[in-house]
Design a protein around this ligand. Structure first.
Ligand code: GAR
Length: 210
């Protein structure tokens, strides 16, 4: 069974979507083995507790750099025998130590259609502010493998979402979550756990199930 750790920093609605999929038996047999938060007061930890998943804090503020935090995270993940790391609203850039420890075994959900509105500085509500300011008519969400480049790893799944007249960043964020993120993140995790993803360079192939 694939042991999954979900890394979070905030509200944890994507974590909740993973918990829902697990409860419906739709996580490809993966086990939600740990939730690790970069903030001690993240509501995501409450969601983990309610779902019976062990919660841990590796607080960014306790480390001098992203590298030191990443090293602490890798040690914790290895102690917990984690096979798949899922970044679900994790708001810090992990350094290369994480990618070396988990090659093609880290999934991230990003609230835009990569390669638009992504990279350093594009996180959370800012992504939607920038999409609205640019005037695009369609946005969406992407689940991708994590490599050394922020938001630059091979793409697993994407889903488009319309931008509507009068949208605020908050309204658009909610629509992107409801119509895209909460669906494609559990789907991608299930595909990984079923061993159906193969990666060659930038290209991810989804293989047929049994
Ligand atoms: C989600 O929209 C997620 O895609 C985004 O932050 C939000 C977290 O919400 N992540 C990033 O921007 C990472 N670059 P949640 O805590 O309710 O899942």
């Amino acid at each position: 069974m694939t042991r999954i750790a979900v890394l979070v920093s905030g509200g944890g609605t994507n974590l909740q979507a993973l918990i829902g999929a697990r409860d419906r038996g739709e996580l490809g047999g993966g086990e939600l083995a740990a939730v690790i938060s970069s903030k001690a007061d993240a509501y995501a930890l409450e969601r983990a507790k309610n779902a019976g998943i062990p919660g841990y804090v590796v607080a960014r503020k306790d480390y001098d750099s992203n590298r030191a935090m990443t090293q602490a995270l890798v040690s914790r993940l290895k102690e917990l025998n984690i096979d798949l790391v899922v970044l679900a609203g994790f708001m810090h850039i992990l350094t290369e130590e994480m990618v070396h420890a988990y090659p093609n075994a880290i999934l991230n959900v990003h609230p835009a259609l990569i390669p638009s509105f992504c990279g350093a500085g594009y996180y959370g509500l800012h992504v939607h502010e920038k999409a609205l300011a640019y005037g695009v008519k369609v946005t969406g969400a992407t689940v991708h493998f994590v490599n050394e480049e922020p938001d630059g790893g091979p793409i697993v799944l994407q889903k488009a979402v319309d931008i509507l007249p009068g949208d605020t960043p908050e309204v658009l964020q909610r629509r992107v979550m409801e119509q895209a993120e909460w669906h494609i993140l559990p789907q991608a995790v299930a595909l990984f756990c079923q061993g159906r993803l193969s990666v060659e360079g930038r290209i991810v192939t989804i293989n047929k199930g049994e």
